[in-house]
Design a protein around this ligand. Structure first.
Ligand SMILES: NC(=O)c1ccc[n+]([C@@H]2O[C@H](COP(=O)([O-])OP(=O)(O)OC[C@H]3O[C@@H](n4cnc5c(N)ncnc54)[C@H](OP(=O)(O)O)[C@@H]3O)[C@@H](O)[C@H]2O)c1
Length: 273
């Protein structure tokens, strides 16, 4: 799997999402994922599984330095001081001495972006994270974050899959040299049974999940972090390197986007426009 270069970071284009996977199952999935070849793990303070992600990392036998590890700061901890403490606590729970990427999980309209990005920069300068980034930032927010951040932003993690057009935010991020990390990349398995996805998958002797992931990582500057709690599907989702989609197939999948395609709607989400 190739790496995406973004403002000084090299991020494996396929990562393993861990939302909603907890306890012993999380330890096992992370360890097995790494044994199978995943080299990028996505967790968050808010997932209540950082301890288990760290245990899985150690149980895998894969060297810490070979893994790109991301965690996030929850939106109620974006003030100066609280943010640094949150990062320290995450790192202690993970049992590592640093993460590779620390993200602002969601923007918080009550905290100035400048205050948050300055705190993120302090965490980076203290060595607790190699890179910093954001998640769920709209175009105006990403422009503001870039303008005020003392350290480079390497990714904006946003919902992105065949049913959601993200052209505007992708254009803004590209303008700033920032990668997009696609969450819900397989639309929580809704791509399965979609006639367009099934037809393209059959043409390549693949399945629609693999086609959705291929479609994402084939776009410049895009990273995908699918989640699965199944060891079989872990291997399946990783196996997306041996084929490529034609320009027509890429366009046909992009055409599946629809106005109500967004899956994650939370009370604290910003206005997407
Ligand atoms: N920054 C944010 O605000 C944010 C928000 C949401 C998610 N995320 C991150 O993004 C990651 C991915 O998003 P997500 O977990 O919401 O959704 P997703 O990866 O699009 O979909 C996960 C679902 O698809 C199923 N699945 C996975 N592979 C499959 C396959 N090959 N065949 C059939 N079903 C399959 C899984 O079920 P099984 O477990 O049964 O396989 C699970 O129910 C999260 O885990 C998290 O790390 C971030």
């Amino acid at each position: 799997m190739h790496k995406v270069e973004s403002n000084g970071a090299e991020i494996p284009a396929l990562g393993l999402g861990t939302w909603d996977i907890r306890g012993a199952q999380c330890v096992e999935i992370v360890a097995e994922g790494l044994r199978l070849g995943y080299r990028h793990i996505d967790t968050a303070q808010g997932y209540d599984n950082e301890r288990e992600v760290g245990k899985g990392l150690r149980a895998s036998g894969v060297a810490r330095d070979d893994v790109f590890l991301t965690t996030k700061v929850w939106h109620d901890k974006l003030n100066a001081g609280a943010l640094e403490r949150s990062a320290e606590e995450s790192i202690a729970r993970l049992g590592v001495d640093h993460v590779d990427l620390l993200l602002v999980h969601w923007p918080n309209p009550d905290v100035p972006v400048k205050e948050t990005m300055e705190a993120m920069a302090r965490v980076r300068r203290s060595g607790l994270t190699r890179h910093i980034g954001v998640s769920n930032f709209t175009v105006p927010l990403i422009d503001e974050a870039v303008a005020v951040s003392p350290e480079p932003i390497v990714t904006n993690q946003v919902e992105y899959h065949p049913y959601l057009d993200q052209t505007k935010i992708m254009d803004a991020c590209r303008r700033h040299g920032i990668s997009i990390t696609a969450y819900c990349p397989i639309a929580r398995a809704k791509v399965i049974g979609d006639p367009v996805m099934e037809e393209i998958a059959a043409r390549h002797s693949r399945n629609p999940v693999q086609v959705a992931l291929r479609w994402l990582v084939q776009q410049p500057g895009v990273i995908a972090i699918p989640r699965t709690s199944s060891k079989t599907r872990l291997a399946e989702n990783l196996d997306i390197d041996g084929f490529s989609l034609t320009n027509d197939e890429m366009a046909a999948i992009a055409d599946l986007a629809r106005p109500d395609g967004r899956i994650v709607n939370v009370a604290w989400a910003p206005e997407w426009d």
